[in-house]
Design a protein around this ligand. Structure first.
Ligand code: MLC
Ligand code: AMP
Length: 500
């Protein structure tokens, strides 16, 4: 048995001399180089005691080595668990205890702070990897030979666990199989016409589905090249865009690029511009088209399902719609109360079934059971509506979620942190429209009559406890929260009231 994901990605591998990755600083790795790098790391993982099925967690800066660590983990038959660099040590402690990784790879600057996470149920070891490819893991890998026999793994074996914030405040690990990732990569490569001639500008983080799987796996599956930027920086994107044939991003990338005078010239060689992870405003779509001639192709996905729908490559890319289901993927819209099917134009819960849908939440069968219907459909928590052409629109969310700059923030987690402060009676966290981030995290707080904190004190107390992107941009105070007859806080009313 081969290694399902790696063998599948290699099936259309170009000549080993072809470019796989080029960094913004001009470092070039061919497919052969990338193979050798991930091979050395895979051997190092083995030397560190990582066995098939073990979890390898990584909270590291974006680098070629970080990407190679992902590939090495999968080649070794282990399960990759990437973590946002913005997570605080407290947040990281939860992931480490829940996932029980055999190995935790961290930035060299954090080794001392995070040393307490070693040991535990899986005997977690800690190694380091820095932005420049430095650190103890690479020192070990450098001493290993480049060839590595990939561990045998079947379609249903786990390749990765990605944590998504939970409505109850605790993150859940979405278990993604080899075939979840491979089937999606092959489908997208074909649908979006990626070939070995393509060069993808990659400015997304590599700890989420979008940057790690949609951008990376799809390009590797097609044998194309990745132009790898350490982060999204508009000036750097404009400098490198003329060399790319395609780019992928969250809507904030495109609104920020529209503020750049050189956009038209830089975008001339592109054949495809993809947006996802959050709703793309019709205005952004129109402005980008007017400036560059490109109709941004919007697609819809989730950590649990990878990509589910996409606007067509040929044919109309309708602003505000995310397109029909991908080939092999089924989507239905149902009445959230009865579960019964709804007709065209009717808004209801989006449910998804197909090879893209994850295997469940890590060590959490109750949550898994709660989010699947009896007949095996995943309940997305998004509200959608089909039109007569079979194209889906995401028109809202049933789940209480804020998406800021493409990052998800579950209000409950922030509310719990605010409610714990002395002098706070209760709070409600909402997302308000924001021209840059799509939605901005906003805290609506009820204080005790005396001795309650001011906005600065609330923000000061959250700093260091919650990742920066979860911290409110604005704190407002009210005498009481609006509630419905059931006593539930009416967040829609709060949003309406505070939207400028
Ligand atoms: C950074 N900050 C954010 C933020 N990103 N705050 C709220 N929301 C965000 N998204 C903080 C910074 O820490 C900083 O704090 C301050 O805001 C200003 O930072 P900035 O320099 O303006 O932000 P920047 O670093 O440029 O980041 C913005 C961004 C980035 C949009 C480029 O957030 C990003 O790369 N987002 C992509 C997210 C993503 O990949 N999502 C895919 C999920 S997968 P301070 O303290 O310095 O002021 C998924 C499935 C699917 O959803 O369908 O794809
Ligand atoms: P995540 O859990 O980080 O993977 O975020 C997934 C969520 O992002 C989905 O459930 C949607 O709410 C949202 N999302 C992703 N793509 C789109 C899109 N094109 N339009 C609207 N919402 C989207």
């Amino acid at each position: 048995m081969p290694n399902h994901l790696v063998a599948g990605l290699r099936a259309r591998a170009p000549h080993p001399d072809r470019r796989a990755i080029e960094t913004a600083a001009g470092r070039v790795l061919s497919y052969r180089d990338l193979d050798a790098l991930s091979g050395r790391i895979a051997r190092a993982l083995g030397a560190l005691g990582v066995r098939p099925g073990d979890r390898v967690a990584a909270q590291v800066e974006k680098s070629v080595e970080a990407l190679a660590l992902y590939l090495a983990t999968v080649r070794a038959g282990a399960v990759y668990l990437p973590l946002n660099m913005a997570y605080t040590p407290g947040e990281l402690g939860y992931f480490a205890s829940d996932a029980a990784p055999r190995l935790l790879v961290v930035d060299p600057a954090r080794r001392v702070t995070l040393a307490g996470l070693a040991g535990g149920e899986a005997g977690t070891r800690i190694e380091t990897l820095g932005a420049a490819g430095d650190g103890t893991l690479m020192a070990l890998a450098a001493g290993e030979p480049p060839d590595f026999a990939d561990a045998e793994r079947g379609p249903g074996d786990l390749a990765a666990i990605l944590y998504t914030s939970g409505t109850t405040g605790r993150s859940k690990g979405a278990m993604l199989t080899h075939d979840n990732l491979l089937s999606n990569a092959l489908t997208l490569a074909e649908l979006w016409r990626f070939t070995a001639e393509d060069v993808l500008l990659h400015a997304l983080p590599v700890f989420h589905t979008h940057g790690l799987f949609v951008a990376t796996n799809t390009l590797l599956a097609a044998g194309g090249a990745i132009l790898f930027l350490p982060r999204f920086d508009p000036a750097e994107v404009l400098r490198l865009l003329p060399r790319a044939t395609a780019m992928m991003g969250v809507p904030t990338f495109y609104t920020r690029l529209l503020a750049e005078p050189g956009l038209e010239a830089a975008a001339r060689r592109l054949r495809l511009v993809v947006s996802g992870s959050a709703p793309l405003l019709a205005d952004t779509h129109a402005a980008f088209r007017a400036r560059t001639g490109h109709a941004i192709l919007e697609r819809y996905g989730m950590t649990e399902t990878n990509m589910t729908t996409s606007n067509p490559y040929d044919g109309p890319r309708v602003p505000g719609r995310v397109g029909p289901p991908l080939p092999g993927v089924e989507v239905r819209v149902v009445d959230p109360a009865s579960g019964g099917p709804l007709g065209l134009g009717e808004t209801g819960m989006v449910e998804i079934r197909g090879p893209n849908v994850f295997a469940g939440y890590w060590r959490n069968p109750e949550k898994t059971a709660a989010e699947f219907t009896a007949d095996g459909w995943f309940v997305s928590g998004d509200l959608g509506q089909f039109d007569g052409t079979g194209s889906l629109a995401i028109v809202g969310r049933a789940k209480d979620l804020v998406i800021t700059g493409g990052y998800n923030v579950y209000p409950k987690e922030v509310e719990e942190a605010i409610d714990a402060l002395p002098g706070v009676v209760e709070s409600a966290v909402i997302g308000l429209p924001d021209a840059d981030l799509g939605e901005a995290v906003t805290a609506v707080v009820v204080r005790a009559r005396e001795g309650g904190p001011d906005a600065e004190a609330v923000l000061g107390a959250l700093a260091g406890r919650l990742a920066r992107f979860k911290q409110p941009r604005r704190v407002v105070f009210v005498d009481e929260l609006p509630r419905n007859a059931m006593g539930k806080v009416q967040k829609a009313a709060l949003r309406a009231h505070f939207t400028p």
